[in-house]
Design a protein around this ligand. Structure first.
Ligand SMILES: [Zn+2]
Length: 225
């Protein structure tokens, strides 16, 4: 494993990256094509869920599958506060979970305030399909529950707010289940690693090595593209 690599698990701004950062871009299936040569995940965001177009969207995901940079399905999920009614979100989510399962791809999930519905929607996903909650900002109790269910948790810029729920919960999350991400923010991924390693009482170097290992296992791919 290459020392010194930072992993940005989930970003919508993949362009401004340093050499020592491996960023996973999160895109809509319509934005993908065979020329993308950085790692990406693709999926219909719950805010854009539309049952009328989902079959067409799944076909677009299938078309991307020949690109080896397409390493996961997401972000997909459920959101109580935004997007179409929950029933439609669930249907669109489950179709994409089905795509991920039949193609043995990991799943990157967006979930806001509908944890019970989420857990029941992923209930039948086989154990060998890794799943991560991106932008996690829950209590230590929720973190524990999700970890027990097998989820990885990806933590973003809210870590910089020492009063945020995830700041309080961070040390509960096993380091083998942890990721960091910039998402849509302009925060530097290196700052997140620095703050996290302070909170976790390990060196940034050790944290980088562990997260790169998590990356390799989660996406079943090398941390060196
Ligand atoms: Zn996102």
């Amino acid at each position: 494993m290459h020392k010194g690599v930072y992993i940005d698990f989930h970003t919508h701004r993949p362009t401004t990256r340093n050499k020592d950062v491996i960023a996973v871009a999160s895109i809509d299936p319509s934005e993908g094509d065979s020329s993308l040569h950085h790692y990406f995940t693709a999926g219909i965001h719950p805010w854009n869920a539309n049952i009328k177009s989902i079959d067409n969207d799944i076909a677009k995901l299938m078309a991307l599958a020949s690109n080896s940079m397409f390493i996961g399905v997401g972000e997909i999920g459920l959101d109580k506060l935004k997007g179409p009614r929950l029933e439609e979100q669930v249907e669109v989510f489950e179709k994409q979970v089905g795509f991920a399962t039949s193609n043995s791809m990991p799943i990157v999930i967006h979930c806001v305030k509908v944890w019970e519905e989420l857990l029941s929607a992923v209930n039948k996903v086989p154990k060998h399909i890794p799943m991560a909650i991106h932008g996690f900002n829950g209590t230590a109790q929720l973190a524990m529950q999700l970890v027990e269910k097998g989820f990885h948790l990806s933590v973003g810029s809210l870590l910089l707010d020492s009063k945020s729920k995830v700041s309080q919960a961070l040390s509960i999350i096993p380091i083998s289940r942890l990721f960091f991400e910039t998402d849509s923010s302009s925060v530097d991924i290196k700052l997140l690693y620095q703050v996290a390693s302070d909170k976790l009482n390990i060196t940034t170097e050790d944290l980088k090595i562990q997260i790169a290992k998590n990356f390799t296992e989660f996406f079943n791919t090398s941390a060196l593209p």
